[in-house]
Design a protein around this ligand. Structure first.
Ligand code: FES
Length: 108
């Protein structure tokens, strides 16, 4: 992934324990921020690619998020659609930490 031009502070790391996620907004986009159990930080579009549901209302298991509406699953590390009915992958965004601040990189 290319280095993003705009890094936006979206959350405090201490507010999101490993295994949890948070809905955030940056650059007018609805983004799902995931802190996976392995300690990784990932960000994807928060709106399911199948219909309209927020993935942060679903269930995070390991590195997979399950949509609350029709149970499609996505890999939060890659954005890849893993289980129907979603076929389209999620957009993903780079994440970095600066101290306790979580930043998401938006395309410039
Ligand atoms: S809206 Fe997510 S699976 Fe249908």
């Amino acid at each position: 992934m290319n280095e993003a031009a705009n890094w936006v502070r979206v959350a405090r790391a201490g507010d999101i324990p490993a295994g949890e996620m948070q809905a955030v907004e940056a650059g007018g986009k609805q983004i799902a921020l995931f802190h996976t159990e392995d300690g990784g930080w990932h960000a994807t579009a928060n709106v399911c690619t199948h219909a309209f549901a927020l993935l942060t209302d679903g269930w995070l298991e390991g590195t997979q998020i399950e949509c609350p509406l029709h149970a499609a699953r996505f890999d939060v590390c890659t954005g890849k659609a893993l289980a129907p009915p979603a076929e389209e992958d999620l957009a993903r965004y780079p994440v970095r930490l600066e101290g306790d601040a979580v930043l998401i990189g938006l395309p410039g």
